[in-house]
Design a protein around this ligand. Structure first.
Ligand code: F6P
Length: 332
């Protein structure tokens, strides 16, 4: 058994490109595409610098299974590479290319987990795992000094990383963009913990979290082709909590550390399945689609369903209810 599906589309050469920020598991997708393509007697060409690699002559190179040996566990990207791997922006561009007749399949990549129509993007699990480890470490120092530790995680306008890492790490408060918070409610929770003898607290704040009637803290406004840069939420929340509770408070920003390092086994398997399925879809002629995780299956969804949408945490989502059942304050 070769494991190779019937090549209905007659494709013999597959280009691969990545766009946007890096995410753990990117190399695992590239490796899977190259191996699955080689298994079906197809060549893979790596395209550098995202869509530029399609246009400029010297920005592409063939990739063989030998080139991708040993990269499964490596973070980052070995090329900017028509399998298109990216977040919502890159996938929207891929959709435009598809409408202009370019045969392609998308693969959802972002640590933020905010792409619609898929339960998971690759990179998310690794980011959550890193943030959980950080929260574990903050627990001991918070307890030792009877402090409030406010830790800011990424996620853009979605609270997936904060919610998952906060629940996994046993945070006392989790603030996510989907639930605007009241800082007085957060301060009440910290005081209540003190009264119970738990004289430290861990607050996880998503970079996109915002106070009721207010806005998330922004480091740089959007301008031209550049999007708004979020940041500063932890410092702001920490300062407010110190004033309200009188407790010593510190802030930590996990930042780009969440995007680096080796992917978790979950992300490696997901990325490998995404890459292999993307090749199957190309060979089957199912263009203009994105591979998606609908547990336990990897399925194809039309790219047009992805464009212009963000996957937010639903307010009635089970993990939200679980957080509340654990006594975690969501600030409202
Ligand atoms: O989309 C991934 C992400 O890491 C977000 O969580 C974060 O807001 C943004 O990218 C940071 O982008 P940059 O790499 O431009 O700092």
């Amino acid at each position: 058994m070769s494991g190779c599906p019937e090549n209905r589309s007659g494709i013999r050469r597959i280009g691969i490109l990545t766009g946007g920020g890096d995410a753990p598991g990117l190399n695992a997708v590239i490796r899977a595409v190259v191996k699955a393509a080689a298994n079906c007697k197809c060549e893979t060409i790596g395209l550098e610098d995202s869509f530029d690699g399609l246009i400029e002559a010297d920005r592409s190179r063939p990739l063989t299974p030998k080139d991708v040996t040993g990269i499964l566990r490596i973070g980052g990207t070995i090329l900017d590479a028509l399998v298109v791997i990216g977040g919502d922006g890159t996938l929207s561009i891929a959709h435009e290319f598809h409408l202009r007749g370019i045969p392609l399949v998308g693969v959802p990549k972002t640590i933020d987990n905010d792409i619609v129509e898929t339960t998971n993007t690759f990179g998310f699990d690794t980011a959550v795992s890193f943030a959980t480890d950080a929260i574990d470490r903050l627990h001991t120092t918070a307890e030792a000094h009877h402090r409030v530790m406010v830790v800011e995680v990424m996620g853009r306008y979605a609270g997936w990383i904060a919610l998952y890492a906060g629940v996994a790490g046993g945070a006392d408060v989790i603030l996510i963009p989907e639930i605007p918070y009241d800082v007085d409610i957060v301060a009440d929770r910290i005081r209540a913990r003190d009264q119970l003898g738990a004289r430290f607290s861990i607050v996880v704040v998503a970079e996109g979290a915002k106070p009721m009637g207010g806005k998330a803290s922004v480091l740089k406004e959007a301008s031209g082709e550049f999007v708004e840069r979020l940041g500063g939420n932890a410092i702001r929340v920490a300062a407010e909590l110190e004033t309200l509770t009188g407790k010593e408070t510190r802030s930590v920003v996990l930042g780009h550390l969440q995007r680096g390092g080796a992917p978790t086994s979950f992300d490696r398997i997901l990325a490998t399945r995404f890459g292999a399925r993307a090749v199957e879809l190309l060979l089957d002629g199912q263009f203009g689609t994105m591979v998606a995780f609908h547990p336990p299956d990897i399925v194809a969804v039309p790219l047009e369903r992805i464009v212009g949408r963000t996957r937010n945490v639903p307010l009635d989502f089970d993990v939200v209810r679980t957080a509340r059942a654990m006594g975690i304050s969501l600030g409202a």
